[in-house]
Structure formats: C-alpha cells, structure tokens
Write a protein that binds this ligand. Sequence first.
Ligand code: CTP
Length: 415
Amino acid sequence: MKKTDVHTPSAHVGRYAGKTFVLGVTGSIAAYKAVSLCRRLKAEGAQVHVVMTRAAERFVGPLTFEVISGNSVATGLFVSGNEMAHLNLAEIADAILVAPASAHCLGKMAHGLADDLLSTLVLAAECPLLLVPAMDGGMWDHPAVRENVRILRARGVCVMESDTGPLASGRIGKGRLPDEETILAAFSSALSPQKDFQGRRILVTAGPTQESLDPIRYISNRSTGKMGWAIAEVARDRGGDVVLIAGPTGLAPVTNVTWVPVVTSEEMHKAVTTRFADADILIMAAAVADFRPARKAPGKVAKGQGRFVLDLEPTPDILGDLAERRSGQIVVGFAAETGDLLARARRKLTGKNLDLIVANDVTEPGAGFGTETNRVTLLDRAGGCKALPLLSKRDVAHRILDAVRRLTTAGRPRP
Ligand code: CTP
C-alpha cells in the first residue's frame, strides 16, 4: 500500500511562543466560537489548556478542543489522580481567557464562588484574566449582571463589552460574543500589565510608499510593514491611543487602532502632518520612497525602442519636516542601512533633529525585510547607544517604547 505523506508540523515561532494559556469555556451557544479562538492562540505558538464547565459540554464536545489544542481538556474538580488540576493550571498559566463567559460565570467570579474547576482555578490564579461575556440581551442588561460586571472591573479584571447584533433567541440586542479579532486584541492588551502609555496619542507610520510612473507601474521598496504593525499593537496594548498611517502592505488593519491607509509619500506626508499637532509621539517606521518620478504619465508608457531614462525628483522628508515644527512631541525615526550603521544613524538622528533613532542593518540574518525578528540599535539625542540582541518584532517594539518612555520622564517636556 502506498503510504501518504505525513507532515510533522515544525515548531512555530509565533507571538505567543513559550506562553501557556487557560481557555475557559462556559455554557453558552457561543461556546462553538471558542474552538476558533483556541486554534488562533495555538497557531501563535501558545500551549492552550481548555477548561470546560459542565454546561459548556452540552454545547461542544471536549474532544473538539482536545484535537485543536493538542492537550487533554479539564472538566471536573474531583478527578481521581488529578485533584490538584486547579492549582497546577493556575500555576502554569500566563493568562486566562474565559470565552464565552455566561451570566452565571460572571456572577460566581464576582462573588468568589468556587464550585467547579474553572471558578476555582480563577480564584487560585494570579495571572491576567480576560472575561468575554455572551448571553441574551435581557440578561446582559439585568441589574444583577451589570452589578457583577462592575464589581469585577472595579477589582481590575478585564471584562469585555458584549457586542450588539442578532442573538440566539432571535432578538437583536446586546449580549453577543465580540468578534474574534476584537477578543484577540483585548487578550493581547490584557496580557500587557504595563499601561504606561495610557492617554498618550501615538502616530505610527509603516510599510512602503508607492510612487507611480504610469497607471500600471510604480517605484517602491521591500518594506512589509511588520515592524510598524508590531509598534502599533504594542503601543495599543500599553494603553496608547494609536493612529497607524500605512502604505500598501497587505496586512490586516490592527484592531482598536485608527487605520489610515495611504499609497504615495505625498499622501503619507499629508496624513502625518494633519495629525501631528494632536499627537504626543511620532514613530516613523515607514520606508518612505526618497524619490518619485518627476512626471506621472497619464497613459501606459510603451516599451518603445532601446533605453528608457527615468527622471526622478526627491520626495519631501516627512520626519525632518515635522521634527522642525514640533511643539513638545517625541519624534522617533528609523535607519535601515546596509553598512556603516552607527555613523549613518547618528547623522540622521542629529540631521533630522530626532529624539531617538532605531538603526538596523538589513543585511544581517533575521533583521531584513519581511522577517518576524529584528536586531536593532537604539541611539538617542543624549548620546545613549544600546545594541539589542535578535528579538521578535513585538519585543523590539516594547524596547523602543521603553526608550520613548524614558525620554518622556528624563526632563524633556512631557508629551
Ligand atoms: N523618512 C521620511 N521621509 C522621507 C524619507 C525617510 O520621513 N522622504 C524617514 C523614514 O521613515 C525613517 C527615517 O526618515 O524613519 C530615515 O529614513 P532613511 O530612508 O533611512 O533615510 P533617508 O533620510 O532617506 O537618508 P538616506 O537615503 O541617505 O539613507
């Protein structure tokens, strides 16, 4: 018999690599949506342990979660040989996500009741907890549920707002489980205990720009936008009010971040300039084209005969322009180089009047365009120079924001 190919999945390096999460599933028809959440967390590299309540098992079989998570599903508090499951899971969890969280579950957690595995381990755990309610509209509006949500939030537990839309009862109202992207964004934020950018307005640019030559062709560069995306996500997770101005990348917009798509350097210049006065921090991670065709042909440029000479004109330097007319904003630039890294970055730092520059050599392994990692050196205007090791782009984003944070508390006008 011919053997079929068996593919062993290679170790995935995702944003949650090395993390362990408990996914609590309670009794609501939205329990089926938790299967997809489990798959998404696993796909990002996390170990996921699913804990189901008895009522949840009426909606989805534990086997489904076992197959998706690759771990056995815990359902009971009194399982012979696994009596300490609630403590073990509480110990190893980096975070707990309860989705869907029924009205009953919110009530128990608000009042510290512990009559099953999930409610007991939530009491035992010290890690971040995100509750994602799902119930019928009338239940969500009931004063008892409102009060339970208030108690939990006052205690620092993240309880998401439920969504409005068609409910299982056939009614239309509030009570739906929020969509998957919104839950994952809230979970990412809940995982970040630091909220040191709360109330800060942060403008981030990302991706390449495209400069048209004719209606068919353009000049661009290899930027994929991943670094800027990571900065926008991390700034949001740390409490910032983020606007992401991005050239064409093909990446999905970042949830809970204001999204301003642009194409050309001129459009990016305009979009950044319009929002700069209201911003506290500008981080220019975009790879803005330095030149554009001096004339855009109205119709397709035909091949013709022989050589074709392109006349290029410089684009405005967005960063230099805005740093010139800032009024207290922190301004951060990037320098993607192929050699002479520190000297070139330092020239840009002073030449463009920046507070901080993030320098990277794109020829180094793991630090080029489109990679999940980056190796950067942070240089600031006070002469500080910090070379970071190879890190995930999210970790690099955290380190950039740490440096910005230090700048805002080191005597510079507060943004
Ligand atoms: N930048 C900008 N506007 C441009 C070009 C670049 O705001 N027209 C910003 C980039 O977003 C980056 C920083 O300036 O944050 C440095 O960009 P880089 O292309 O490395 O430097 P250039 O100023 O273009 O200088 P050079 O081409 O000589 O390297």
